[in-house]
Design a protein around this ligand. Structure first.
Ligand SMILES: Nc1ncnc2c1ncn2[C@@H]1O[C@H](COP(=O)(O)OP(=O)(O)OP(=O)(O)O)[C@@H](O)[C@H]1O
Ligand SMILES: [Mg+2]
Length: 308
């Protein structure tokens, strides 16, 4: 009898853990929240770092997850929050699924793998279910992901942001204290322009820019080891940067604008395969050169945030 009561109770609690409306009626926001919202710390989290770019598909999620895992490998209590409501990637990258439990305080309990705690909309709606919502509902869900997760004490929480400089980015930067932002770009001009928009957005909302990361700029031939700067064939290896970095519009923009350059992740088929298999590079091949690229970025970010 007691067991049946408990399972019914649990089923009821799990039915709609975010308390999100199922009908098309948008949730009612308290009047206060329609004006300037109050900025709060994320509960039980010491430092928050946002991984962002206004451009889609440049490797934000890949770099965010490898960064969170690198922090854990360095002995920090690390977590990752997927703030991409429409296209969450963290369940795949962390090889996690299933509805989160609710704690005694009715907070969502993160799912964990490889020593990193995580929360994502993907756990709540299922792998292939589309989220077909208007902006207000997205913001309501995001607020709950920001404020109603029981992290249980973290040194650092990495926020994996969706592309753009819209509602989600503004809600995050207005509602929680973000200690720093890492902006990702690929080396093409068109991606860099969007990345710079992202940098300027963070400046506008007074979030410190920790630096920029260049992704997929060089291809290293697995047979002969020759490195090619695929988007910029005339590029020369930069003497002012680390010896393995090609000069590109991004590295030049960093120098010109005084933005720290945090590192360069090569284009490598294994990075994509590791991600797809749910075992990101720093866990799957920790000794590889590409894992070291991710670890060095985490090291740079950690130092700037005084995590070590
Ligand atoms: N350095 C890399 N080498 C090879 N593949 C990569 C690399 N970085 C990212 N990828 C692959 O590129 C694709 C896009 O990466 P990812 O999902 O991390 O980008 P994103 O910026 O988070 O995208 P979105 O804007 O949709 O959130 C993925 O398939 C990923 O595995
Ligand atoms: Mg992503």
């Amino acid at each position: 009898m007691q067991r049946r009561f408990l399972s019914t109770y649990r089923a009821l609690q799990h039915e709609n853990p975010l308390g999100l409306p199922r009908s098309s009626t948008p949730p009612q926001m308290p009047r206060m929240q329609r004006g300037l919202p109050e900025k709060r710390n994320i509960r039980e989290v010491k430092k928050v770092v946002a991984v962002s770019s206004a451009k889609g598909g440049v490797g934000k999620s890949t770099i965010a997850v490898n960064m969170a895992l690198s922090f854990a490998q360095k002995g920090l209590r690390s977590g990752i929050l997927d703030t991409d409501i429409f296209g969450p990637s963290i369940p795949t990258l962390m090889n996690l699924e299933g509805e989160p439990r609710l704690s005694d305080r009715s907070m969502l309990v993160p799912l964990a793998n490889y020593g990193v705690k995580s929360m994502s909309m993907g756990y709540l709606v299922g792998a292939d279910a589309p989220v077909v919502w208007r902006g207000l509902m997205v913001i309501k869900a995001l607020q709950q992901l920001l404020h109603e997760v029981e992290w249980g004490g973290l040194d650092v929480l990495v926020l994996d942001l969706p592309p753009g400089t819209g509602d989600v980015q503004l809600t995050i930067t207005q509602q929680v204290k973000v200690d720093g932002a890492v902006v990702i770009s690929t080396p093409q001009d068109i991606a860099l322009r969007d990345a710079i928009k992202g940098v300027n957005m963070f400046k506008k909302v007074n979030v410190p820019i920790l630096g920029m990361v260049q992704n997929m700029s060089t291809f290293c031939c697995p047979k002969c080891g020759h490195r090619t700067s695929i988007f910029n064939p005339s590029a020369s290896e930069s003497s002012s940067l680390s010896s393995s970095v090609f000069e590109s519009p991004l590295t030049r923009a960093c120098t010109e604008q005084g933005i720290p350059f945090l590192g360069d992740v090569p284009l490598h088929a294994r990075i994509c395969a590791d991600s797809d298999s749910g075992k990101p590079t720093v866990v799957a091949e920790p000794e590889s050169e590409r894992a070291r690229a991710f670890a060095e970025i985490a090291e740079g970010v950690g130092k700037k945030l005084k995590l070590f």
